[in-house]
Ligand binder design. Structure first.
Ligand code: HEC
Ligand code: HEC
Length: 244
């Protein structure tokens, strides 16, 4: 009883590191370079949800009180995103490691506060229920493009973003299930073409040969993966009661 699970765990760990194709050192290299300073500081702070709500007020102007953004992709959905991912993205935007001219002034310490503000607002956002009707690509299940996207996803994305796009909190891999198609398409293209400086180099390598059609098919697929019901708001008409 005690030997077998240990062995299985070890075998699984080896299998995972092999299928990754990159060593643990590579992964921590990326984390070390990009996940430092303010991200690290905020990650280790206790969050004050009430202050998080107050900070979120300024964000709600663009990301909406529900944190759902817009299906047209101008503003991403933030609701339900992993807190470490949110912290890293905010810290990256503040450090000008990710371009976001629209949001930059609102994300600055002068505007919302220091690392504690990041810790608080991200704890608040992570708990918001997600939009049950995110923006989707044009190809419904059963079409050849959907099926091809599913295959591309399994071959190129699962190892980081997970079976159904759930991401990985610990490794700072974003949750992409339930995100708006148009937003993801833009980010994917920027990552592929080197316009998003905080991108993960292993992802860039993985997708460098994707054509525009491949990109649309894989993003179409992930935009249509159903999100667990308990993570979704009860209806598309749900309003965040904190902002009544
Ligand atoms: C003036 C509009 C505006 C305001 C205000 C704003 N944002 Fe944003 N935010 C954006 C836009 C636009 C993007 C997407 C930029 C892009 O396409 O790369 C974004 C992206 C983000 C992302 C990255 C999401 C991802 O999936 O990678 C996070 C996190 C975020 N915003 C959090 C916040 C928080 C927290 C606040 C409040 C402190 C805030 N934003 C205020 C416009 C805004
Ligand atoms: C080696 C791991 C890895 C692989 C493989 C990978 N990604 Fe990523 N992806 C990441 C990381 C890490 C980020 C966030 C980078 C950062 O911090 O800005 C990301 C960001 C994204 C984003 C932007 C999310 C947002 O909220 O801004 C999208 C969309 C995305 N990936 C889709 C995909 C798809 C589709 C595939 C497969 C074709 C893929 N990724 C393969 C690690 C990976």
């Amino acid at each position: 009883m005690s030997v077998k699970p240990v062995f299985t765990g070890l075998a699984a760990a080896v299998a995972i590191s092999l299928s990754f194709g990159v060593t643990a050192a590579d992964i921590s290299e990326w984390s070390k370079d990009t996940v430092s300073g303010e991200t690290d500081e905020a990650m280790h702070m206790e969050a004050d949800l009430e202050n998080g709500r107050d900070v979120y007020e300024v964000c709600s102007a663009c990301h909406m009180p529900e944190g759902w953004g817009f299906t047209d992709g101008t503003f991403p959905q933030l609701a339900g995103q992993h807190r470490p991912v949110l912290i890293k993205q905010l810290a990256d935007i503040r450090a000008l490691n990710r371009d976001n001219p629209t949001m930059y002034p609102f994300a600055l310490p002068e505007s919302i506060g220091d690392a504690q503000a990041l810790a608080d607002v991200t704890a608040y956002i992570e708990k918001l229920p997600m939009n049950p009707e995110n923006g989707k690509g044009e190809w419904a299940e059963g079409t050849p493009e959907f099926e091809q996207g599913k295959k591309l996803y399994a071959d190129n994305c699962v190892r980081c973003h997970g079976e159904h796009g759930e991401g990985d909190k610990v490794k700072f891999y974003p949750r992409i299930e339930g995100q708006h198609y148009a937003y993801m398409l833009r980010q994917f293209e920027w990552i592929r073409d080197g316009k998003r400086r905080n991108a993960n180099p292993d992802m860039v390598e993985q997708i460098k040969n994707f054509t525009d059609k491949d990109m649309k098919m894989v993003i179409n697929y992930i935009s249509r993966v159903p999100v667990k019901k308990e993570d979704l708001a009860p209806s598309v008409n749900w309003k965040n009661p904190d902002f009544d």
